[in-house]
Design a protein. Sequence first.
Length: 300
Amino acid sequence: MPELPEVETVARDLQRRVAGARIADAEVRWPRTIAHPEPPEAFVEQVRGAQISSVGRRAKSVLVNLADGRVMTVALRMTGALIVAEPGSADDPYARVVFRLADGRELRYRDVRKFGRIGLWEGGGLRRRVAPGVRRRVAEPRRPYRVGDVFGRHGPEPLAASFSSARLAARLAGRSARLKTLLLDQSFVAGVGNIYADEALWRARLHPLRAADTLSPEEVRRLHRALRAVLRQAIANRGSSFSDYVGADGEPGANAERLHVYRRTGEPCLRCGREIRRITVGQRSTHFCPRCQPLPTERP
DNA sequence: ACGCCTACCTGCTTGC
DNA sequence: TGCAAGCAGGTAGGCG
């Protein structure tokens, strides 16, 4: 399940391995993977001959920046992976899109469950920012092809220097939604998924069902620190692998064994020993320690 | 604003 | 053993 740390790992791997490479040709084996442009034949035509200048990340998408300023976005969703295959490698039956590089290697988009999407966009607009207090600019023309529009509704990057505790507090204020729901909401904060939402709440000792606007300033600071620490540690370990996630080298990450609550239902809390519980919040499995993460109204 | 539902997909696990 | 149901969860879109 690629979340921010897994996508960051893939992007860093690719930056090291394919920056500077030229895409000689591409083959689309599952047309629905191509979200833009349509039809997929147009995508192949437009990407052919392009040179990759650098690879980055925004939210849970890999950004493949092309030398001419265009950007290819790769949303891995559940089971997507970008893997660099050396010449002569065995074919992959789950490769949905194959980019043949001019040097003989292949950049393969592999996706067992086919949820992932790839788009090719004009650059620009990525850092678009509206000054505080300004509601809407006058009749901004629609430019649906700009990569910035793809992420126009996403929230801030939690590891950005600008994502301060005060900023988190401001975003939580007036929100009655549960913490777990908000952490998973990409327009609230970008890149957090089920694993790191649960891990951050455990680390911050906050119950997943707490209403966001009931947190004390101290609790907001704990959440801010916990979220960033959990994400940073996962990146340092090259991400958490369960069944599908691998880096661009095809190797799984090492962070899964470092998780404290996720998929540890019934096992002892690593802080207090109480059994980890699993509940459903917004149709998502949610893991927490009932002693370390109490609801204020409850006495566990 | 918020919660809830469905659709998209396939592989693996579980239960009879 | 075989087969079907259940489960995993990121995201878009719809409904109340």
